[in-house]
Design a protein around this ligand. Structure first.
Ligand code: HEC
Length: 165
């Protein structure tokens, strides 16, 4: 390879690296006007207030939880980041900041209603590695099933719209 070509390749590599760094930091930046810590604090809602009121159209049953569990691990690929048992420890999420939510955390279960989980799965959470997964990966109906599975991971603590009154 001539010297000019070597220089060109090196420059391209540096350029590519700079672009990659930019894309990566752009994804992990917290919402505008917030410090990193405030932005990622779990007590900050991830969905608008009206999403809180949406109700899961499926009554909870063992069958639906089972269907949700299968979708979580197959079609939805939620396990890749949220982990096999929902602990937020999936290999795909290891480098993400903020990290994928730990669905077994009672604090999380107490803060969020089903509607908020639905919203985040449908629209994603901007500025984080949580992208929009419905209807791209799973249908809206399937999303509600996955939410029943997520709830089953810590059934004692669950926020409901009724609890807001
Ligand atoms: C590429 C990794 C990745 C995948 C795959 C992924 N998530 Fe997430 N998810 C995240 C991250 C990161 C967060 C934390 C975002 C935050 O703190 O705002 C998150 C947060 C969430 C939340 C919590 C929002 C809240 O209210 O706190 C829900 C619900 C959720 N994901 C559902 C799902 C479902 C359902 C799937 C599968 C269809 C899925 N995620 C797949 C990365 C992922």
């Amino acid at each position: 390879m001539s010297q000019a070509k070597v220089i060109l390749v090196v420059l391209l590599m540096i350029g590519g690296f700079a672009v990659a760094i930019h894309l990566f930091t752009a994804t992990i930046a917290p919402p505008e006007g917030e410090s990193v810590q405030e932005g990622f604090n779990m007590s900050r809602p991830r969905a608008p207030t009206e999403a809180r009121k949406m109700l899961n159209p499926f009554p909870r049953s063992e069958e639906i939880v089972k269907k949700g569990e299968v979708l979580y691990h197959t079609k939805g690929s939620c396990n890749v980041c949220h982990g096999e048992k929902g602990k937020g420890d999936g290999g795909g999420g290891a480098m993400l900041s903020p990290p994928p939510r730990d669905f077994t955390d009672p604090g999380f279960q107490m803060l969020r209603t089903d509607g908020e989980l639905f919203w985040s799965t449908k629209f994603g959470i901007s500025g984080t590695g949580m992208f929009s997964y419905s209807p791209r990966m799973i249908t809206e109906e399937e999303t509600w099933m996955v939410i029943h599975y997520i709830r089953s991971l810590n059934a004692q603590a669950t926020a409901t719209p009724e609890g807001d009154a």
